[in-house]
Write a protein that binds this ligand. Sequence first.
Ligand code: BG6
Length: 465
Amino acid sequence: MKYDICITIFGGTGDLTFRKLLPALYTMSRTRKLPARSKILLIGRRDYDTASYTALARDWIRKFSRLPYSEESFEDFSGHLEYYRMDFSDGTAYEGLGQAYEAVQAASHIFYFAVAPRFFSVIAAGLKTISNLKEGKIIIEKPFGETLSSAKELNRQLESCFGPENIYRIDHYLGKEMIRNIQTIRFSNPVFANAWNGKMIEAVEISALEDVGVETRGGYYDASGALKDMVQNHLFQILSILAMERPGAFTSEEMHARQLEVLRALKPVAPEDLEQSLILGQYDGYRSEPLVSPDSGTETYACMRLFIDNDRWNGTPFYIRTGKKTGLRETEVAVIFRRPDPETEPDILLIKIQPTEGIYLRFNIKRPGDSEEVITASMDFCQNCILENQVNTPEAYERLLTACIEGERSWFSQWDQIEISWNYIEQLKQLAASRNLPLHPYLPGTRGPREAETLLNTFGHHWLE
Ligand code: BG6
């Protein structure tokens, strides 16, 4: 065997590969997470050869690498790269790819489908025609299909071609340090573990605000919108980890089972509650973005209130909000503890996910000195302000690629989670459409439509701003 592993990236000249995958693989090579005998085969239609592709890769890695760029490590890394020009939508092109694999002689394979879902089937079918191909793992990204029914069909096809145990569905939020930290914060601190229920918690807010707009992804985004792009996957994953019962063991099966219970228990929004449960917005100027329809009705902002129908959470609202062009990049979870009386400020736990990674806790004290006045005070722990933590914390894609190489599946999305979440959001969208829920405009650089503030303030939690 010449190589221990061959990682083939379909979509080798796409945005995801340049911005995320190559920088992650480069850092993995620097930190020795990439097996020394690895081949990385980049597949694209464009007319590069390995040398010209490598020169291009260098620029992207210089720009997006987590660790500072070094010429020496890039030289090491570039030895893994090979560009293979091919039209992957052409079923007859796979014979040539098979010959390339003969030359590589790898003991194992990973196939990363960094392409639109309409190409998944043709690539899967093409790979299946290659004889002598050792078993491979498939990595796919959302959207897993264009509609729920097309996603189901694709899923069936991929699972039957490669086996369900070999399909790795990336949700890169699951690779983020502080999202992985939620279970530790919840279960390893008695002060929180014993109070993690609706009797002690008044509300939970999950907020993912972005400064950027849709940039070059208007074509994809316009058919998707904030609910499908962010809520259905990333934010529902956070929600289910926050709300799940304690797993008996922290194995992937147990984690998935507990998360699934939460998603199953999400209460559908009743038609008469829609206006108090969902606010959609669109930033001014969105309709003039490249590849966006000039009369688009797609939401770039969503704020919702959800309830989980189980003993632990009955009656506790979970707020989710996400939006593009909101003037800041900030993802965090806020847990608001019940007040002993309405005059007392609530204690608040913030789990800061990005760009700051850390924990903030707000509580009440007596104003120091002669006064008996009650004031709030806080403790603020910034994890990524410490250089050592920055250096030692892998970026989400580094972590997930490493996990896939090692066959560790706990932090990938499972199909049943995706199906339930997709169903929930699809029903909500249908309800919104049938009741002509308004799409509120908002100015770029603001925190979304004003109407959302009313929803977020239902319980007086304007402290978030
Ligand atoms: C992606 C969405 O999954 O996540 C994008 O498609 C969004 O629209 C991105 O911008 C956010 O990721 P992150 O890691 O920057 O929070």
